[in-house]
Design a protein around this ligand. Structure first.
Ligand code: NOJ
Length: 590
């Protein structure tokens, strides 16, 4: 009897612990001798390394020049070899591709260019077999104008779907101005003749904003999320989510409001209500991660989105780092350090962030924050990878950066595909502004710079497609490609794998505190990550010069062990280190 009671007790205990772990999405410490056993509040998504795949440009399997799901499937072993454990796919749903999939016409189907639902199921299975999780991109602020909801909505003022979108009756005159990111005239109100009304589109005219005030719309979205979560996906990236709750009184904003777009356009009064509702109706029931694109306009906004006790989102990514480095003449390293340090400090005890230096909306990280000239492209790519992988927060790493891929820098507008660049060009043209200056700037900032085909090998089209690629391949592919780098122990790719392995094994790099040194130093970024007895000192030379750097005397470098360097030599002598151009080093400190 006693035996049965004990058994029952342990069974109940195990079941409740498992349920608790699932609910709170923590990783239970199983008492094994692991360096992580003392960490509190562990979560799989905090320990994840997210690898972002831009499906259109990753690998084409059928020769139509467009990357697809079968292409990704054919590269699963490559992805596994990187050591990353989560994949984020940009939208793969049906879309007329006005904004490369961020204009969804059917949320429950796969874009024809990318394949079929059977391909998707195969991809998910292949990832899970390799212990890699999958995050899908949920575009919920807007749909395509070719979505059935919008077709219905625009058909008459009394249609049941009318309130799925934001309309303004034209007999009331023109609504107060709203800024659009992708409109030639920056005008977010588009007149629609069928019902003599304007609809709202923060992005392109083909991306009408969904009306989240409407509970019917919200429920449809929650059902759609369940559809994908029931298939077994592991996470959701919420595109432009801060904009779903907006001021719908359409009041007049003060002059210059578009300079603080998030404050006026997003983070509306109901955002947190919707997030809690979404959690309650959908997310809580699954062991998945959620990440929001955008983190509001203040630190407080960001905390309100991701603090664990609020049960809204797991993490968000902010754009303050992205705002630095947009000037081709260069940027100030102290500014970059201050941004990272400010955000880390604010999230040291509560909340969690995503860390990134590039994605499909910005240029290549090496061209923006490093030096993409032949002499320093590899070294500076490795350094930037080190930065991403040694910061607190979940790394989001963009495909191709592990090879050191760089901006393509198109000379001709005909080569661009991105609606943002094409519409801005039309605008410049119409206003008679300086076209040359515009084109020069695009070489540096256009989103197409990160969207060029993945460089697999030195064969035609870098092995991306046997057909005509939808966007040109970067001509440097003969030198910068996966096949070549896989066999070179000193390549950017080989270094990437080492940093990834180091991060995954180190509680200090994932969870540890962060202390920065010499914030005003113009060339060197030096910080210490510590967790318990484990201390990791990271020193990064952000310049193409040799630098002799004096390490803070408070750091005990006496028995330090070099764990990683992007050059063969690295030596600390009497608290000084001689750094080579773009050198990055990670030391274990005793
Ligand atoms: C953010 C996405 O990352 C970007 O690519 C897209 O154009 C806009 N949201 C609109 O969905």
């Amino acid at each position: 009897m006693r035996y049965i009671k004990v058994l029952l007790f342990f069974t109940i205990l195990t079941v409740s612990c498992t349920l608790f772990a699932q609910k709170t999405k923590v990783i239970p410490n199983r008492g094994m001798a692991s360096p992580f056993t003392t960490i509190k509040n562990r979560a799989w998504w905090k320990e994840a390394i997210v690898y972002q795949i831009y499906p259109r440009s990753f690998k084409d399997s059928n020769g139509d020049g467009i990357g697809d799901l079968n292409g990704i499937i054919s590269k699963l072993d490559y992805i596994k070899s990187l050591g990353v454990n989560v994949i984020w796919l940009n939208p793969i749903f049906s879309s007329p591709n006005d904004d490369n999939g961020y204009d969804i016409s059917n949320y429950r189907d796969i874009m024809k260019d990318f394949g079929t639902m059977a391909d998707f199921d195969k991809l998910l299975k292949g990832l899970h077999q390799r212990n890699i999780k999958l995050v899908l991109d949920m575009v919920l602020n807007h749909s395509s104008d070719e979505h059935e909801w919008f077709k219905q909505s625009r058909s008459s003022r009394t249609n049941p779907y009318r309130d799925y979108y934001h309309w303004w009756p034209a007999e009331k005159g023109k609504p107060n101005p709203r800024y659009s990111f992708f409109d030639v005239n920056s005008d977010a109100w588009k007149y629609d003749q069928t019902t003599n009304a304007y609809y709202l589109h923060y992005f392109s005219q083909k991306q009408p904003d969904l009306n989240w005030e409407n509970p019917k719309l919200r429920n449809e979205i929650y059902d759609m999320m369940k559809f994908w979560l029931d298939k077994g996906i592991d996470g959701l990236r919420m595109d432009a989510f801060q904009y779903v709750s907006k001021d719908t009184t359409w009041q007049k904003y003060p002059e210059g409001y578009e300079k603080n777009i998030i404050k006026y356009y997003g983070m509306g009064p109901n955002l947190h209500t919707y997030l809690r509702e979404m959690n309650h109706s959908v997310i809580d029931k699954y062991l998945v991660m959620t990440v929001a694109e955008g983190a509001g306009s203040t630190l407080a906004d960001a905390h309100a989105l991701v603090d664990e006790d609020r049960k809204e989102l797991n993490m968000a990514y902010h754009f303050e780092v992205m705002d630095i480095g947009n000037d081709p003449k260069g940027y100030s390293l102290p500014d970059l350090k201050k941004v990272f340090t400010k955000w880390d400090g604010s999230f040291a005890n509560k909340g969690w962030l995503a860390i990134f230096l590039a994605n499909h909306d910005v240029p290549r990280m090496v061209s923006k924050y490093g030096d993409d000239s032949p002499a320093f492209r590899a070294a500076s790519s490795k350094l930037l990878t080190t930065l991403i992988m040694t910061m607190r927060g979940t790394p989001f790493y963009f495909n191709g950066d592990e090879l050191g891929m760089s901006n393509i820098k198109f000379d001709r507008i005909e080569d661009y595909r991105d609606i943002a660049t094409l519409n801005a060009y039309q605008h410049v043209l119409a206003k008679g502004e300086d076209l040359k200056a515009f084109m020069d700037k695009q070489k540096f900032i256009s989103r197409d710079n990160t969207r060029t085909p993945f460089q697999w090998d030195a064969s035609k089209n870098a092995g991306f497609t046997t057909g005509e690629p939808w966007i040109k391949v970067n001509p440097n592919y003969k030198e910068v490609n996966a096949q070549r780098e896989e066999t070179d122990p000193n390549s950017v790719l080989s270094y990437f794998k080492k940093v990834v392995a180091l991060r995954k094994s180190s509680p200090a790099l994932i969870y540890g505190s962060y202390k920065v040194y010499d914030v005003e130093h113009p060339q060197v970024y030096c910080y210490l990550r510590s967790e318990g007895k484990e201390k990791m000192l990271v020193i990064l030379n952000f310049s193409n010069q040799n630098v002799s750097y004096a390490i803070d005397r408070g750091i005990n470098t006496h028995l330090s062990k070099l764990l990683l360097s992007n050059y063969k030599t690295a030596k600390i002598r009497d608290h000084k280190i001689a750094l080579l151009p773009w050198q990055s080093v990670v030391y274990q400190i005793n």
